[in-house]
Design a protein around this ligand. Structure first.
Ligand code: F0G
Length: 481
């Protein structure tokens, strides 16, 4: 939610009271220097004790509500037939209007099962944009992943309200080129993660549905950020201003064949699920569920988390819950733009992003500019962001580096965790960093895992740039902050 102040300015406002807090400390700059070196310049490898603000992700890190916590206390820890599952299935029926629900331990588990059941070697999978784990699972099953986005998607400075739209002409072209029976499915990712949390419109989803129906192609909906996409439809799409988040979600779900989600985001827990109205798809997936996840009524999740997910699913349909991330992200992005920082616009869901190509134009992509920017952000602020650029890409099978379309540093805002003063602090430190951007240099891999290298890869800073940056910081702020 936002409120208008008497001077006309809109500010995001918390529609909740903070009753439980967790202490955090601002690690002094010299310790940050040591910590980022020990982490191999990979923010994933920083222990939280070295962080002031953890903006790595909104995955499993949102503040839960009192009702979610209370629900965990009454979970039914049965291996089979747990009452907690039936409560979840009832909530899915109400909120998503889907009949068949399968919990899984997290989003990528859903992707693994979908790949196992619906992808044949040699298939293609079409999507508005990939997510890291999605692409790996689908490729491991033998598919080629084709992203068929519109030209607008890759513009980091834009005022297009729906940069997550799928390009309909490219969709038709792909069907002609590959024939429908080679296409495992078309996947629509809500609030498209890797390109700045950008939503698609209802109009676009409806058009994708029509083409898919015409050619008998399944539409798979990745709704990890479902309520955020619904919130953007309400805010940005004509005709939806007066619809509730729930009504928008119902309309979106009526267009999907299979829905899956990482429940770690919109529903603020740690888990995931697959749902459908097609019993035959449910049955095909069910065959493999106990092999990889667990029995059908827990699917690898703790029943406590299932209870909290049930409550989270209902709560995400409330306007203030759906908007908790986007409103603060909007404030963050607009403040960065006001200060002349190269933020990705328009603001999306899940995180505020900096365009590393514009922030560090002197570093080439082979110097991993987005990775260098995340390390520099940590040094300048004590906040952990995430590289979403070339480090997050896989190499081609012959070892060639695959440069990412976008080089982004992602600063996630876990919902209901950080406040406006945290954002103001970040904007200030980022502005300082931007003034000293010439000091930031390249990174080089010293340990590179063969798959999803961004998780455990280790790098080093070339030519000692990190020390020069720290010296400049100490000259301006001293050693204690
Ligand atoms: N799909 C989307 C759109 C996601 O954002 C994620 C995870 C997944 C699938 C995989 O789900 O992590 O529960 O296995 N995104 C997290 C992030 C990791 O930080 O953006 P998972």
């Amino acid at each position: 939610m936002s409120v208008k102040l008497s001077n006309g300015k809109l500010i995001p406002i918390e529609m909740h009271k903070v009753r439980i807090v967790q202490k955090t400390e601002l690690t002094p700059i010299k310790r940050r220097l040591q910590a980022i070196g020990a982490a191999g310049y990979n923010t994933f490898l920083l222990p939280t004790r070295e962080l002031f603000l953890d903006m790595l992700t909104d995955s499993g890190t949102n503040a839960m509500s009192d009702n979610q916590l209370a629900a965990m206390m009454v979970s039914d820890d049965a291996y089979a037939g747990s009452e907690s599952y039936y409560k979840l299935a009832a909530a899915v029926k109400d909120v998503l209007r889907m009949d068949w629900t399968m919990p899984v331990h997290q989003g990528r588990a859903a992707e693994h099962l979908l790949a196992k059941v619906f992808i044949k070697p040699g298939d293609v999978v079409l999507m508005n944009y990939h997510f890291t784990t999605t692409k790996v699972h689908f490729e491991l099953a033998g598919a080629t992943v084709l992203e068929i986005y519109t030209d607008e998607m890759l513009k980091t400075e834009s005022n297009h309200p729906f940069k997550g739209n799928l390009d309909l002409q490219k969709f038709e072209n792909c069907i002609k080129k590959y024939s429908a029976d080679k296409i495992s499915f078309v996947r629509m990712e809500a609030t498209t993660n890797l390109v700045g949390g950008q939503p698609f419109s209802m109009e676009n989803l409806r058009a994708v549905r029509e083409i898919a129906t015409k050619h008998n192609i399944k539409l798979v909906f990745d709704g990890s950020l479902l309520s955020e996409n619904a919130y953007f439809v309400k805010q940005r799409e004509k005709g939806y201003e007066n619809k509730s988040i729930q009504e928008i979600i119902w309309e979106m779900m009526s267009l999907a064949d299979i829905f899956y989600m990482s429940a770690r985001k919109s529903t603020s827990v740690r888990g995931g699920m697959i749902c459908t109205n097609h019993k035959k798809y449910y049955d095909l997936l069910l065959d493999w569920l106990p092999v990889y996840e667990g029995f059908s009524t827990y699917g690898g999740m703790s029943t406590k988390e299932i209870e909290a997910m049930t409550v989270g699913l209902r709560e995400m349909t409330q306007l203030e819950v759906a908007g908790a991330g986007p409103d603060f992200i909007k404030y963050f992005v607009e403040r960065m733009v006001e200060e002349g920082l190269p933020a990705v616009t328009p603001p999306g869901g899940l995180a505020a992003h900096l365009d590393a190509k514009r922030f560090l134009p002197h570093i080439p992509q082979e110097g991993y500019q987005a990775g260098a920017l995340t390390a520099a952000i940590y040094l300048a602020s004590g906040a952990r962001s995430m590289e979403r650029g070339t480090v997050s890409m896989e190499r081609a099978p012959d070892g060639t580096e695959m440069y990412a379309d976008l080089e982004l540093a992602r600063m996630a805002l876990p919902r209901r965790v950080y406040t406006m003063s945290h954002i103001e602090y970040m904007v200030d430190r980022l502005k300082w960093l931007y003034t000293h951007r010439e000091l930031v240099g390249k990174l080089k891999f010293v340990h590179e895992p063969p798959v999803l290298r961004f998780f455990f890869g280790r790098m080093e800073a070339l030519d000692g740039w990190e020390k020069k940056l720290v010296d400049a910081f100490i000259a301006d702020f001293g050693e204690n902050c």
